[in-house]
Design a protein around this ligand. Sequence first.
Ligand code: TA6
Length: 319
Amino acid sequence: MSSGAREREKVFVEHCKGANGLDKVVLREVRGTSAEVYLYGGQVTSWKNEYGEELLFVSSKATFKSPKAIRGGIPICFPQFGSHGSLEQHGFARNRFWSIDHDPPPFPTNSGNKAFIDLILKPSEEDSKIWSHRYEFRLRVTLGPGGDLMLTSRIRNTNTDGKSFTFTFAYHTYLFVTDISEVRVEGLETLDYLDNLKGRERFTEQGDAITFESEVDKIYLSTPTKIAILDHERKRTFVLRKDGLPDAVVWNPWDKKAKAISDFGDDEYKHMLCVEAACVEKPITLKPGEEWKGRQELSAVPSSYCSGQLDPCKVLQGG
Ligand code: TA6
């Protein structure tokens, strides 16, 4: 490894052991922001701001043990979002051990970033029995110099039998919020959505920002590239930017469903909201050799309020 690479490894990227001795990578930036990624599931499980405040939700009852997915952070839903056909709910990528990708193809993104890790997932023989396609799934997790968290997925069809494959996908992001009853989501107004609580029936969202007083499980279709999630209590706004992922899933289990989920604390629904950059309505089909790229970027900014309302123009149209 070159001295320059060693330098980067020393300050920005640390390979270590996490819960239950699972392999983990810690990304650190000079301003004190950090992120953590487990090779199990290729899953981000922590994203902290420069004050050391955790911005993602991970359940206190998360097991960190194969074959169960880690409950929280950013599970990767591939090759399917949802539970239909023979695959398990949300596919199997989040239940597999990924590897460090030491030789990724060049990334056309900002090479100024130093705090990043490249992971790769390829199918095992076992996997081929449940999903018969060959693929290379490359995931880059980057902590930007301003503390932004970026995930870029590149999925290539490497079938040698000439077959295309089709998949759906989501970054199942669990955001930490102070009090779900004081959270609003801007950017999804007036959009159509599929309601998972009503057999995925299609509805149209009303004109106001989305607020929460009961279980919500909605797949918003063809959304804008930017969505704002306002934590009023903390005066913090998350901005989710996405590319290659037209849809967005919004989920809070509320009290009854929370009690029914074994690796989820009964009251934890109060402090989390899933807003998931996804591709659900129109599945992606790749021919052999073709590659798909899907990217999400998360930032957390102080909320500017005037008369209790966030000015959506400022947040959603800003840079
Ligand atoms: O993204 C929302 C959702 O599809 C909900 O329907 C709920 O099932 C949630 O995902 C959690 O799914 P999981 O398989 O992680 O328990």
